[in-house]
Design a protein around this ligand. Sequence first.
Ligand SMILES: *Cc1c(COP(=O)(O)O)cnc(C)c1O
Length: 368
Amino acid sequence: MSANQFTHLEINVSNIKHNLRYFRSFLSEKTKMLVLVKAYGYGHGIGDFSRILENNGIDYLAVAFPNEGIAIRQAGVQLPVIVLSAGMEDYPLLIRYRLEPSLPCLETFRRFQSEAAALGEHGYPVHIKLDTGMHRLGFEKTELEALAKELPLARSVRIASVFSHFAASGDPSQDDFTKTQIARFQALSSFLASYLDYMPLRHLLNSPGIERFAKEAQYDMVRLGIGLYGMSYVDRSLLRPTAYLKTPILQVKTVRQGETIGYARAGKITVPAAKIATLAIGYADGVNRHLSAGKACFSVNGHRAPTIGNICMDMCMIDVSGIDVKPGDMVTVFGDDPTIFELADILGTIPYEILTTVAQRVSRVYVF
Ligand SMILES: *Cc1c(COP(=O)(O)O)cnc(C)c1O
């Protein structure tokens, strides 16, 4: 019997460490490691999870929004934290919590530098984002020239790092473009560095970048995201799942032929008698409703059982005919079987979305 008989996302810390070792194996010893903990740590949690990363030698964290960074500070984590998508109105808040902005254009740079000056800051760390082809956020060449001219007067800030982001580094058919991005990064970051009397960190590689371009573009730091959470773009068998979504069976019942299961009577019993288990998890917990009606199987007591009927908000039903189950038995929605990859394929999405849509009301349980 499982110790945790409630719906939870189990985080396997030794598998996290395994995956971390895999990505470190591509890097020289002095290369720093930033881990992305945006979107609630890709679902793995934010405060407690960041502390685990801090204790495992990670050098930097990055989040998307200020509230994620504040949660890290409230957990007592001291690591530098880059906030990738802060709005200009958030800048005083960032400074209050010692969170470091990513600045993607001249306007944001000027605004942050004047907010920092107004608060009496000197050399507050900021991170300059370069657009090398993603065309989402980042400085382009002409704006960077303007920035370079303003730097000597911008004493309230210090450029802690210069970075850029790949658009398709996991896809071998796009390698020519990825190499173009590397060349642009080399040129733009060197240009900016030539205007500074100190050397900012440079970083470019994301998870597939680490696996595929660590020789030519390692620079001073790498940014590990989905890889830490078990996704390899080279060979998935080398990595381990890190998050296991588990839920207990609330009730088991026998339902006769001709009866239906759940809302809209969507699940019809076509055999003389089916054994149906009701689970304590629904779409509000992150079990996508498109997995209804047998589109996915979950695993219980070593067997796979298909969903039946429509997934409800807080519950769903699976067909456990022929499987020995009882209330309290734990069902795995994803983990080893099915994997996040299988669910992503069924839903026509990417594993990132499976992990990041587990609701906050699902408690995270760290297993060491
Ligand atoms: C999310 C993100 C990453 C990590 O991407 P993965 O594909 O998860 O490795 C790296 N850098 C930036 C700027 C990001 O936004």
